[in-house]
Design a binder for this molecule. Structure first.
Ligand code: HEM
Length: 203
């Protein structure tokens, strides 16, 4: 089997099923005394984790030299969006009881909700332009430029988390460290190019 077929026929379907595990876990885990809180935390965690996993695809592709890896990126990104929709949906429907005014007040008054909401909005154009047709319509360059927003979305999601925790900052700080590492990986070649452009003997 060629590597391309292996990705399409084995890796992708398998990964699709694996990515559903966090959702299935919701039916098994003990939701505790405050089920809405548990559901909110679980889905928020997985939305952020999938964002970071999606951002790790290109570095992984560069490190391994396996170009085909990139073909699972869209699915992972859409899973990030899927868990973000569940997370925001649980907040909107179960926590706020579809009270639109209460949601607007919350978005205005609580900074971590404002950021979460902004992150959620930022993911919509990314998900909406993830199809091949949209990629073609936008053109590679514009599509890439638009999709760089995802770094801001991930940063916003980490800030959302940092802002809402009261005492133990360890978990969001671990996510921040991972994000900074991924960012460093993406910006390092740019910096090298910039440095050689500025300091090359021809200048
Ligand atoms: C409409 C948008 C959003 C709203 C209203 C919202 C609201 C919330 C709420 C109420 C909590 C729990 C706070 C607490 O228990 O004190 C939370 C936690 C969290 N949210 Fe969001 N959120 C939004 C979007 C997002 C997005 C887009 C992401 C990630 C991509 C995200 C990631 C998280 C994380 C990681 C947590 C912490 C979970 C934990 O404590 O383990 N949120 N969010």
């Amino acid at each position: 089997m060629t590597r391309s077929k292996l990705i399409s026929h084995v890796v992708k379907p398998l990964l699709f099923a694996v990515c559903l595990i966090p959702l299935l876990l919701l039916g098994i885990i003990d939701l505790g005394a405050n089920p809405i809180e548990t559901l909110t935390h679980h889905t928020g965690d997985w939305a952020l984790r999938f964002l970071l996993i999606t951002l790790a695809v290109t570095p992984l592709q560069k490190l391994t030299g396996i170009g085909e890896i990139v073909r699972v990126r869209r699915m992972l990104g859409l899973y990030a969006f899927f868990y973000a929709v569940l997370h925001a949906g649980i907040y909107f429907v179960l926590d706020q009881g579809l009270d639109f005014r209460a949601v607007v007040a919350d978005v205005i008054e609580r900074p971590y909700i404002t950021i979460g909401f902004a992150v959620f909005l930022s993911l919509i154009p990314l998900a909406a332009t993830s199809t091949n047709a949209m990629m073609r319509r936008l053109g590679g360059r514009r599509w890439k430029r638009l999709h760089r927003i995802v770094y801001l979305s991930a940063l916003g999601a980490v800030v959302h988390f940092l802002w809402l925790v009261k005492a133990d900052l360890r978990e969001p700080l671990i996510y921040l460290a991972i994000l900074l590492l991924l960012l460093a990986f993406r910006t390092a070649p740019l910096l090298t190019r910039f440095r050689s452009a500025v300091f090359s003997p021809d200048h």
